[in-house]
Design a protein around this ligand. Structure first.
Ligand code: NAD
Ligand code: UD1
Length: 333
């Protein structure tokens, strides 16, 4: 089966390419490198020991993406392409809606025209909003608090409507919790431009001395130690979840929705302490006020993915901290 990995040069995309190829899939990447580098593709090729066909294209532009479908018999798509910085989405809402929604719409148009019947879509736990934990797939979604989150809610809706009109097609909506960690080779991982806004890259850059100290956003939440709780999932486990999802779509039609998380919450302070212990480094921090838009607690209900996809996360927070640090020391300049 030939899979187009849209946005495949990015953080989750590169890890998923490795798992797909190791599971026997043929992979093609389409990416405009707006938030990634060609070097990540070369490193992915180094891990798997083979070349990956790569198209430098803007997926939302028909004249750029259509040749990819004309030149290849694509059987399925894994759609990672999108902008993902929450704060930036508040400052540039139109760019976020334009890019994220037009990529999804264009891929649907190509699926219809070239008879590609399977798509796995990157959604996010952000679609649950400030719901009761654990978040389960049957919960009514709450309104998103930023354009990035809303683009995921609308993306899910577009794909559900697409399947109503094309019931012989199949779509999997994967709601990721907090992906962190890196490939154990140390060759690929997350390398955000500028000052990171997410916790793990920030911790890792403080440990390396690139940043002086971590600001912990609030210690007055109703959680075990007052700091925010999240369901951190190793990016390699997440990538394996995509292989299971595409496998499931090979045999089925319709819409499938799954949480990809561990089902376990970890507080900011627990993550900092584990990172320090596992890697024998110091992460100086300071408690500051809450960050606007943050919720106290977020973790996944994992039963549905376990029962229907036969997938469960295997790596723990120690693994995530160790692999992040290996990547930080080995590869980030
Ligand atoms: P990433 O930015 O590393 O990867 C996204 C890739 O898409 C990048 O390589 C980027 O260059 C590419 N891209 C964006 N717009 C494009 C366009 N118009 N044409 C071609 N390529 C384009 O992000 P990631 O962390 O790998 O996330 C992948 C997907 O998962 C995104 O849709 C993101 O919203 C979603 N997601 C990520 C997280 C997370 O914490 N990383 C959580 C939930 C959901
Ligand atoms: C954020 C986004 C979410 C997106 C996800 C992955 C917001 C409100 N939510 O999730 O939509 O899907 O990233 O891109 O931005 N923290 C600190 N100090 C820091 C950074 C974070 O204390 O410097 C805390 C946060 O308050 C939170 C936890 O660490 O409790 C995790 O934060 P982060 O990594 O940004 O992820 P989310 O906020 O869960």
């Amino acid at each position: 089966m030939k899979v187009l990995v849209a946005g495949g040069a990015g953080y989750i995309g590169t890890h998923t390419c490795v798992e797909l190829i190791q599971a026997g899939y043929e992979v093609i990447i389409a990416d405009n490198l707006c938030n990634s580098k060609m070097d990540a593709v070369y490193r992915t090729e180094q891990i798997i020991g083979q070349k990956i066909p790569f198209y430098l294209v803007n997926i939302s532009v028909k004249s750029e993406i259509e040749p990819v479908f004309m030149e290849n018999k694509i059987d399925g798509i894994i759609h990672f392409a999108g902008l993902k910085a929450v704060g930036e989405s508040v400052e540039q809402p139109i760019e976020y809606y334009q890019n994220n929604l037009n990529c999804t719409l264009m891929l649907c148009e190509m699926m219809k025209k070239y008879n590609v019947k399977k798509m796995v879509f990157s959604s996010s736990a952000t679609v649950y909003g400030d719901n009761e934990v654990p978040f389960t797939e049957d919960m009514p979604l709450l309104p998103a608090t930023n354009p990035y989150g809303e683009s995921k809610v609308i993306g899910e809706r577009i794909l559900q409507d697409f399947i109503v009109a094309h019931p012989d097609y199949a779509v999997s909506l994967l709601r990721y919790f907090n992906p962190i960690g890196a490939h154990e080779s140390g060759l690929i991982g997350e390398d955000p431009e500028g000052i990171p806004s997410n916790l793990m890259p920030y911790i890792s850059q403080v440990a390396s001395g690139k940043l002086s100290k971590l600001k912990i956003f609030g210690n007055d939440y109703p959680t075990s130690d007052g700091t925010g709780v999240r369901d951190y999932i190793h990016v390699v486990d997440l990538a394996k979840g995509h292989v299971k999802a595409i496998e499931q779509l090979e045999k089925n039609a319709g819409v499938y929705i799954y949480n990809l998380g561990t089902g376990r919450g970890t507080s900011v302070l627990e993550l900092v302490t584990t990172f320090e212990k596992v890697n024998q480094v110091k992460v100086p921090y300071q408690i500051v006020g809450r960050r606007a838009g943050d919720i106290a607690e977020c973790y996944a209900g994992v039963e549905k993915a376990k029962n229907e996809l036969c997938w469960a996360a295997e790596k723990n927070v120690e693994d995530m901290c160790r692999d992040t640090w290996r990547w930080q020391c080995y590869s980030i300049k």
